[in-house]
Design a binder for this molecule. Structure first.
Ligand SMILES: Cc1cc2nc3c(=O)[nH]c(=O)nc-3n(C[C@H](O)[C@H](O)[C@H](O)COP(=O)(O)OP(=O)(O)OC[C@H]3O[C@@H](n4cnc5c(N)ncnc54)[C@H](O)[C@@H]3O)c2cc1C
Length: 296
């Protein structure tokens, strides 16, 4: 119900809510937020908003924006990498040109000893995204990582299939609405697969895993897994979205765990917020809470 009313929420109200989740419209604003996060003991990853593109030139702009972001990070000596969505690089238009564009971002990152994480989008992108990741790794580029989603039934098999290249992963639950024949549904089945996939990533030799969740129960279970499997600090980090469960984030930092915050920014902040809200009404309830001062 809330998701359906989003187009009618006045833009200034969406802006007020967005302020908590989006670092601003410009790179300078985003880098200022990253600097604050670094001071509070967190690293960060920058996401340039604007994944829905229709023309190749828009994909070129995405590439240029990311190269500028990497330059800004290096110039200010920030502890921050970048996260990319392949659809913004043209995945649904032309696979070869997408690969070329992402390759130039990964090369730019390499020159600055930085790292590029490939976000995972909806299920029509999964195989192509994994293929792009594998190609880049096979070319010898070590500074690129992949996101896998615990709600996808295929994820364990994907971890097996990628074990030979010992990936750097981020594991999240998954945010898109997927059909029940390919995705687990409901809190507990997704949590169960999350726990299983996390262990499986470490067991199959992943170089590093970003444990991306705000689910306090899963964070506790992950801490248990790290202890039981004796996982070194260099092989994991916790990851959370800007503005979400800051108390849990602060606790992990206090306890000495590496924590990275996902920082979206860009001129498309309004489109980003409204699309996310329409896609997943669960998030709309968080926005409603934020609107009424109950945000978690
Ligand atoms: C760093 C990071 C990167 C991600 N990258 C991807 C990706 O590449 N592909 C993808 O499909 N998904 C991605 N996601 C989203 C992820 O898949 C989940 O949809 C999202 O994190 C919510 O799941 P959860 O594990 O936090 O558990 P949930 O059960 O959804 O949330 C647990 C608790 O966290 C709080 N919470 C969660 N989200 C919010 C919010 N927006 N505002 C306020 N409180 C909130 C609530 O208190 C909630 O009860 C990413 C998430 C993170 C943290």
């Amino acid at each position: 119900m809330i998701a359906g009313t989003i187009p009618f929420i006045p833009k200034p109200v969406v802006r007020r809510v967005a302020r908590r989740y989006v670092a601003g419209a410009t790179l300078d604003e985003a880098l200022a937020v990253v600097a604050e996060l670094n001071q509070s003991g967190c690293s960060a990853t920058l996401d340039v908003l604007g994944e829905f593109i229709e023309r190749e030139e828009q994909a070129d702009t995405t590439r240029n924006d990311y190269i500028a972001a990497l330059q800004g990070i290096a110039a200010r000596k920030l502890d921050c990498n970048v996260s990319v969505k392949l659809t913004a690089f043209g995945l649904l238009l032309d696979l070869a040109r997408t690969l070329e564009r992402v390759r130039s971002v990964v090369t730019a990152a390499e020159q600055q000893r930085n790292f590029v994480r490939i976000d995972m989008e909806d299920s029509k992108c999964t195989s192509a995204t994994i293929a792009v990741f594998r190609t880049l790794r096979t070319e010898g580029r070590a500074n690129v990582g992949l996101v896998l989603q615990a709600y996808m039934k295929r994820t364990q098999a994907d971890i097996d299939a990628l074990a030979d290249i010992k990936p750097s992963y981020r594991l999240c639950k998954g945010i898109y609405v997927e059909p029940a024949d390919i995705a687990f549904k409901g809190l507990e089945p997704v949590r169960e697969n999350y726990r299983h996939c996390l262990k499986h990533m470490f067991a199959t030799g992943a170089t590093r895993v970003g444990i991306a969740t705000h689910d306090a129960k899963l964070v506790e279970d992950a801490l248990g897994t790290l202890r039981n499997m004796n996982i070194a600090r260099e092989r994991y980090e916790f990851q959370m979205l800007l503005g979400v469960t800051e108390h849990l984030r602060a606790r992990l930092v206090r306890e000495g765990h590496p924590v990275r915050v996902y920082v979206p920014f860009g001129h498309d902040w309004y489109g980003y917020c409204t699309r996310r809200l329409k896609e997943n009404p669960k998030i709309a309830s968080h926005v409603a809470k934020a609107l009424f001062g109950l945000g978690g």
